[in-house]
Structures are given as structure tokens and as C-alpha cells.
Write a protein that binds this ligand. Structure first.
Ligand code: GAF
Length: 382
């Protein structure tokens, strides 16, 4: 991919790129929809992501070429506006954030592309945002600190893509560490790296090959529902700033005043935060079986209480449950499609793929995809 990107850059812009950069996608072992509730998550960067080649030009225009879409797009630095549904919106979003923070972004030429499946819940959008922000920062010598970079990327997602995401994806993309997961406290962004040594087991992603159209609007709605629970608790005199501060007993107190489904969102978040803490303890003890059990419980909560799963994801998790060599499985990311993350015995991977592929095909008339990923480092020059 690195070679492809620089070859394309030379072909289109007739010069050598200034440099090349990479920002990874992410997985998340456990801790879903907890980030925007100031809770805990346990993501990791992977070895797939977005590659960028960049050079300055003398124009007040950014000429961007997407290798994957085989499309060129010009961005006028004086008129940045969201272009929803188009890949350029992520890039414009990041430039706009940098400008607002006072960085004098000038014209540049860029070619980018990736080996990360889009729409699979592996955070290709965060990878683009972080790769673009980091490459511009290096090109113009801005030296933007990593924590600012991830926040600009997150804001780009909010304002230009219209998804009110938390910080998990951008954090994992920027801060990833080879062979480690990150236990991140999304309140103050304190974190620890945990080596992920699965012994005789391994991680495998199964891609449903679906992304239901309600995903973005439902995501934003869940965020509002969580805010509703917090507001109700505050009105009930409980001194809390976010769902992170609530206990199940607090939810019992507000039960009579709040919609049952909305209350369930709160219950899920409180339980999921506890599961992340338990999973980090289990990892320390090398208790992978426990991590797997927590993953199944996480999926149950996401599906039944948080309402962000779909029949394809539920089907995959149910199938995994019936196989004794799979120790954990759950939907991963925002939901409504994308991937499940599974922990299973290394030697059974082939068998797993055969069984799952044929069951999924006969149920949904299409084949799932499988990704055997490794955990990699975060955003960097390559
Ligand atoms: C998406 C969001 F971008 C993240 O911030 C996070 O909320 C995740 O869904 C759910 O855990 O990936």
C-alpha cells in the first residue's frame, strides 16, 4: 500500500511526496458506548489503516486523491463546508478544526488510501481524520500534541460527519501500541497498556457485510438518551456529572419517572463499565475465559438493553455460543452492522470459518468476511 500511494502521488502530482504517514483502524475488546458517558473502554489499534502521501503546493487549494474511490477532490481553504456522505468531508472537517485552533494550513497535495474495510466498524473515519491531521501537522511543522490531534479529529466527526462520537476511536488510532490493548478512562483520558497474550486463543473478526442506514441517527439518539437519564438523576438530587457516576440504585430511584427503554440504556452503561474493570483484572491474571464470558455479557446488554445490535450480529454471536472452542463473542463498535469480535482456539479457526460462513450464507443469502488482525502501533510517519 505504501508503494501504491507514493507511485500514485508521483503520477498525479509529478513530484516526490514530502513524506508518508499511517494511521490505524481499531478493534475494541470490551467497553462499548461507554466513551461518551465518561466511562471505560478497552480498544487497540490494528495493523490495517489509512496511508497518506502529502506535499505542500503553492496554491490556496488542497488537491486530494482517494485511491480507494479513484476520485480527485479540490478543497478551497477559504470555504470549508461539510459534504455529508463524501470521503472529503472528514478531511475538510480536520482542516477546519486546525484553522479554528489557529494553525495556518496552506495548500497541499495528498494521495490517500487504505487496507481497512470501510463500514465494518473498524473506524476507518477516525483513521482518515488522524492520518490527515498528523500529516498536515508534520508537513507545516505545527507539532500538534497527540491529545489535541485526537480531539480535532473527534470534532471533525461531530461537525462535518454529523456523528456525536466519543473519543475512543481517535484515541486508539493515535495512541495504539503493538500487541497491546489500551484500558482508557474516557473522563480524564488516563490510560494503561495491557499486553494481549491470548496463549492458545486468538482474535477473529467476522464482518456481517451490512451497515444499516439508521446507524448514525440511532447513535446520536442513544447519546441523547444517556443524557436524559443523567438529567433525571440530577433532578432527583443525585450529584452526578455523567452516567459514569451513577449506580444501579440511583436508577431504581428514578424508575417511576423515566421511560423503561431509556432507563435500560443507563443500566447497560453502568454494567458495561463494571465489565471493563473486571476484564482488565482478568487480563492481569491471564484469565482469558473470564474475558470471553464478559464479552458475551456485553453483547447481551448491547442487544437487549442498549438496542444497537441487529439480527445479523445477534445471529453470529448465537452461532459462536454453540461452538465450545469459542470463548467470547460480541458486536463491536457503534452497532447496526459491522463486525463481531471473537476469541477462539487458534487451531479451530478454519473450522469456525467453515461453520459460520455456511450458517450465515443460508440464513442471510450472503457470505460474511473474516479478518485475522494483529494489534499495531498508532499514527506515525512511515
Ligand atoms: C463508534 C464511536 F465512534 C465511538 O466513539 C464509540 O462510541 C463506539 O461507536 C461505541 O463504543 O465507534
Amino acid at each position: 500500500m505504501k508503494i501504491k500511494i507514493s507511485d500514485k502521488f508521483r503520477e498525479i502530482f509529478q513530484q516526490e511526496p514530502y513524506s508518508l504517514y499511517f494511521s490505524p483502524g481499531r478493534i475494541n475488546l470490551i467497553g462499548e458506548h461507554t466513551d461518551y458517558n465518561e466511562g471505560f473502554v478497552m480498544p487497540a489499534a490494528i495493523d490495517l489503516g489509512i496511508y497518506v502521501a502529502i506535499s505542500a503546493n503553492e496554491l490556496h487549494v488542497c488537491r486530494i486523491y482517494s485511491l480507494d474511490f479513484d476520485e480527485e477532490f479540490s478543497i478551497n481553504l477559504n470555504s470549508l463546508a461539510p459534504k455529508k456522505g463524501h470521503w472529503a468531508t472528514y478531511i475538510m472537517g480536520v482542516i477546519s478544526q486546525l484553522q479554528q485552533a489557529g494553525y495556518p494550513v496552506k495548500g497541499f497535495d495528498m494521495v490517500f488510501g487504505g487496507d481497512l474495510p470501510v463500514g465494518a466498524g473498524l473506524s476507518s473515519s477516525a483513521a482518515i481524520e488522524c492520518a490527515v491531521g498528523f500529516s498536515i501537522s508534520s508537513l507545516f511543522g505545527f507539532n500538534i500534541p497527540k491529545h489535541s490531534l485526537m480531539h480535532y479529529a473527534q470534532k471533525a466527526e461531530h461537525l462535518f460527519a454529523g456523528v456525536q462520537c466519543g473519543i475512543m476511536d481517535q484515541f486508539a488510532s493515535v495512541m495504539g501500541k503493538k500487541d497491546h490493548v489500551i484500558k482508557l478512562d474516557c473522563r480524564d483520558l488516563s490510560f494503561n497498556y495491557f499486553p494481549l497474550d491470548l496463549g492458545d486463543f486468538k482474535l477473529l473478526l467476522v464482518d456481517t457485510q451490512v451497515k444499516h442506514s439508521l446507524a448514525d441517527s440511532a447513535y446520536n439518539r442513544r447519546r441523547n438518551e444517556c443524557a436524559e437519564v443523567v438529567l433525571m438523576a440530577q433532578q432527583n438530587q443525585v450529584g452526578v456529572a455523567s452516567l459514569r457516576d451513577l449506580k444501579l440504585k440511583h436508577l431504581n430511584e428514578i424508575k417511576p419517572f423515566i421511560d423503561r427503554e431509556v432507563l435500560g440504556r443507563g443500566v447497560y452503561v453502568i454494567e458495561e463499565n463494571e465489565r471493563v474493570i473486571e476484564a482488565s483484572e482478568a487480563l492481569k491474571e491471564g484469565n482469558i475465559l473470564k474475558v470471553g464470558k464478559l464479552m458475551y455479557a456485553s453483547h447481551e446488554g448491547l442487544s437487549k438493553k442498549y438496542g444497537v445490535s441487529c439480527q445479523e450480529l445477534d445471529f453470529l454471536v448465537d452461532q459462536s455460543k454453540s461452538l465450545d472452542f469459542v470463548i467470547g463473542s460480541r458486536m463491536m463498535g457503534g452497532g447496526f452492522g459491522g463486525c463481531t469480535i471473537n476469541i477462539l482456539q487458534k487451531e479451530k479457526v478454519g473450522q469456525f470459518k467453515d461453520i459460520i460462513a455456511s450458517a450465515y450464507l443460508s440464513k442471510f443469502g450472503k457470505a460474511p468476511k473474516f479478518y485475522e488482525i494483529s494489534l499495531g502501533d498508532g499514527t506515525r510517519e512511515i
